[in-house]
Design a protein around this ligand. Structure first.
Ligand code: NAD
Ligand code: 13P
Length: 352
């Protein structure tokens, strides 16, 4: 292959940081074109300026990643079709609720042979059952799609603090290694694992556990309680993943995408922070209201993922096996009070 051209679809907090990280590599590596196009969901800033224009003028995303230069080879583009033009490596990084609409707009617009990777933590529930986001992308666009997940709070990677990530792939290790090359820097170490469902489910499900951890914080409970909730959550994550996809491997839960992402998100993530506020308000202010007020345009994934997983659990009759995953949803919709997050002694499922 002559040369690879990368486009990033999404420009929120992680989208902007991922673009910066990738662009630092494409500028150096001869097998990639320097320029990285970043698709921007256009919005008008309070100053009356367009976000995409502001990004290109300041080389900075003043709304989702203020104070960080992206690299002059990152070019913001509000036109989806033009952003992906001639790109043969597509990085999907938007909140999961928007990806299906975006993919539909991209049908027939991609360069033949293009490869994709999803950095999106979430899932969709269809009539036929649950569908991971990488599969949604792959099926809608007829392309191969890997995933990259890990303990990756975007603001920390933006200032180049050391962290790790896991690329999940199906069969084609050469393609996975090419993605690893694009993302790896001295401060961002990427490994590959042939367990795409396991990697993606880790990233997706830990957002529900992070809500539970935030509730514990908001109830002013201590470290032991939070650790217990994380352990119960991790055990449910593994059991749920294996029930959905028997191919999922135990080892995946020991990679960055597994226990490490669970820890960082339960300590420092947005899901945790908003859930803490929810519990402090005694569940009287909704997650939607708190999200809008506290995150100013950034999006929570845990609340909708809890609902999506709950649909799967009720449909398959698995609810009793997953008290933590179920309880988080019931708290989010106001059916149970935040204190129910620690009521486990009555029902402890015994996973073999
Ligand atoms: P974000 O939450 O910071 O930003 C929200 C984005 O959604 C903005 O770019 C906004 O313009 C866009 N948007 C709003 N309405 C839209 C619409 N109707 N259609 C399309 N786009 C719309 O986004 P993020 O942090 O980049 O998160 C993207 C994914 O990355 C999520 O799945 C998240 O879980 C995952 N992730 C985030 C982090 C992090 O630290 N931020 C780390 C790892 C993974
Ligand atoms: P939050 O969306 O809860 O901030 O989690 C970010 C994340 O996925 C870190 O890896």
């Amino acid at each position: 292959h002559a040369k690879y051209r990368v486009a990033v679809i999404g420009s929120g907090n992680w989208g902007s940081v991922a673009s910066r990280l990738i662009a630092s590599n494409t500028a150096k590596l001869p097998s990639f074109y320097d320029e990285v196009r970043m698709w921007v969901f256009e919005e008008i800033l309070p100053t009356g300026r367009k976000l995409s224009e502001s990004i290109n003028e300041q080389n900075e995303n003043c709304k989702y990643l203020p104070g960080i230069k992206l690299g002059t080879n990152v070019i913001a583009d509000p036109d989806l079709e033009s952003a992906v033009k001639d790109a043969n490596m597509l990085v999907f990084v938007t909140p999961h609720q928007f990806v299906e609409g975006i993919c539909k707009k991209l049908v027939g617009k991609l360069t033949p042979g293009a490869e994709a990777i999803s950095l999106i933590k979430g899932m969709e529930v269809k009539m036929e059952g649950p569908c991971m986001i990488s599969k949604l992308i792959a099926d809608t666009l007829g392309i191969n799609c890997c995933v990259l997940m890990g303990a990756n709070i975007a603001n920390e990677i933006a200032v180049e603090e050391f962290s790790e990530a896991t690329i999940g792939y199906r069969k084609d290790k050469e393609v996975a290694n090419r993605w690893a090359k694009l993302f790896t820097t001295p401060y961002f170490l990427v490994s590959v694992a042939e367990d795409i469902e396991g990697v993606e489910l880790c990233g997706t499900l830990k957002n529900i556990v992070a809500i539970a951890a935030g509730l514990v914080d908001g109830l002013d409970m201590g470290n032991n309680t939070k650790a217990a909730i994380m352990r119960i959550g991790l055990r449910e994550m593994r059991a749920f993943s294996k029930l959905l996809f028997p191919s999922v491997r135990d080892n995946t839960f020991f990679e960055s995408c597994g226990v490490a992402d669970l820890i960082t998100t339960c300590l420092g993530g947005r899901n945790r922070r908003v859930a803490e506020a929810f519990a402090r308000n005694g569940g009287k202010r909704s997650f939607d209201e708190l999200e809008a007020e506290m995150l100013r345009g950034q999006k929570l994934q845990g609340v909708s993922t809890a609902r999506e997983v709950y649909e799967v659990l009720t449909y398959r009759g698995w609810q009793e096996l997953f008290p933590l995953l179920s309880t988080v949803h019931e708290i989010c919709i106001g059916q149970l009070p935040p204190t129910s997050i620690v009521e486990y002694s009555e029902h402890t499922p015994n996973f073999s």
